[in-house]
Design a protein around this ligand. Structure first.
Ligand code: FMN
Length: 397
């Protein structure tokens, strides 16, 4: 939620200016107070009336014709804002800000502000690849300005290429994360495993479990928002991959193990949230087993590798966090697992708890550390739980 957060939404002269209405509407829905500044070219694409209606504030378009009733000058507005989002951002506005030009209300406000500034560029693919534009972006990034990369797709000019405004949800999430999270995971690499594994029986069938990947993905999302470099190794899932997270897709426990140990060296913190299959069919039939030819089916299973146990043996001074999903003796079983696998922290989930567990958007858990201290986490969204888990990890030394 963005309740109490103050945002300036800068809109510039791109054909994607109409999408700013949806961005504004989503920011308002999240509780933010939003002032809109439009450049003069932007007003040729969309009427300020749309934005004044949605924001509940007058829209500022001209540096020299501020209405007294607005009682806002460029300097006070720039100091009022917690964050400035420019979406869509033209090549022109990026070029001007990169060179310290302040010749309209938006550029003047940015120049006078100490708040975080985020650009969501939208432009023709040749403008994006123009080395002058690229130099301007590089300069701004080095100065701490942030960019939400444009997407590849059909552009308004009819061409296909890089330059479409990023997905609206991605833009709003970025604002949300920037305002809500401190960057306390900066310079840390977090390796996270998520979802289930699939252990093949034949070419079309497999053994698996109900893990959806939601907890692992929430951890990856929040860790990235808090400044970490995130490597996410995930089994099959319906969840979309997140830009900026190094995502590796696997199917089986063996593939999971191989990828985990390939990435092991890079990680400072390893969080094993995946529900890796404990057993797999000893033999994989080469084709599809025909039901007509098989009266009774017996599948012999063998144990898969215990990835967490092997990580525990190798861990050195890395932080190792595991999950335990139990149906009985939650704390006892989870504590045993923590000791046996040499973990620093274990998140114990009660699979029988109402409204929590596999596939759910919420979770309840007990966090147990290696001193035996147990912390209760009541039922909460998995993103909130991810935050709490990451807080606990930072307390380990
Ligand atoms: C139909 C049309 C669409 C445009 N779309 C874009 C665009 O998507 N991105 C961009 O950088 N410039 C685009 N431009 C050019 C900008 O409007 C122009 O550079 C203008 O000076 C930008 O001013 P501003 O940055 O102050 O809003 C477009 C121009 C026209 C006529």
């Amino acid at each position: 939620m963005l309740k109490g957060k103050k945002i300036i939404l800068g809109i510039t002269g791109s054909i994607a200016a109409y999408k700013a209405a949806e961005i504004l509407s989503l920011l308002k829905k999240k509780g933010a107070d939003v002032f809109v500044i439009m450049t003069e070219p932007a007003t040729k694409f969309v009427q300020p009336l749309t934005f004044s209606t949605l924001s509940g504030h007058p829209v500022i378009t001209n540096l020299f014709s501020l209405n007294d009733q607005i009682e806002i000058k460029h300097v006070s507005l720039s100091q009022w804002a917690d964050l400035i989002l420019i979406a869509p951002a033209t090549a022109n506005i990026i070029g001007k800000i990169a060179h310290g030009i302040a010749d309209d209300m938006l550029t003047t406000t940015v120049m006078a502000s100490k708040s975080k500034v985020i650009f969501a560029p939208a432009m023709n693919k040749n403008m994006i690849s123009n080395p002058i534009y690229q130099e301007n972006v590089k300069k701004l990034v080095a100065l701490g300005y942030e960019f939400i990369d444009s997407e590849y797709g059909l552009l308004a000019c009819g061409e296909v290429g890089e330059g479409r405004l990023a997905d609206i949800k991605e833009i709003v999430d970025k604002v949300d994360h920037t305002l809500l999270f401190k960057k306390d995971y900066k310079n840390k690499t977090v390796l996270i495993t998520a979802s289930c594994t699939r252990e093949p029986i034949d070419k079309v069938r497999f053994i698996s479990n109900y893990s959806s990947g939601k907890m692992g993905f929430a951890l990856a999302d929040v860790a990235q928002a808090r400044g970490a470099r995130v490597i996410l190794i995930t089994g099959p899932t319906c969840l979309p991959t997140v830009k900026g997270i190094d995502t590796i897709l696997i199917n089986t426990a063996e593939e999971m193990k191989n990828e985990v140990f390939k990435c092991f060296k890079k990680a400072d913190i390893i969080i094993s949230a995946a529900a890796v299959a404990d057993f797999r069919p000893k033999e994989i039939f080469s084709g599809k087993i025909k039901k007509e030819e098989t009266k009774k089916m017996v599948i012999e299973l063998e144990k898969t590798s215990d990835i967490l146990y092997e990580l525990g043996k190798k861990k050195g001074n890395k932080i190792l966090v595991g999950f335990a999903a139990e149906t009985e003796n939650l704390v006892h079983n989870a504590s045993k697992k923590l000791k046996e696998k040499n973990l620093d922290l274990i998140i114990a989930n009660d699979l029988l708890a109402k409204g929590a567990g596999f596939g759910s958007d919420k979770n309840t858990a007990k966090i147990i550390d290696n001193k035996g201290i147990v912390r209760e986490l009541p039922l909460m969204p998995k993103t909130d739980m991810a935050e709490k888990i990451l807080d606990e990890i930072l307390k380990i030394n």
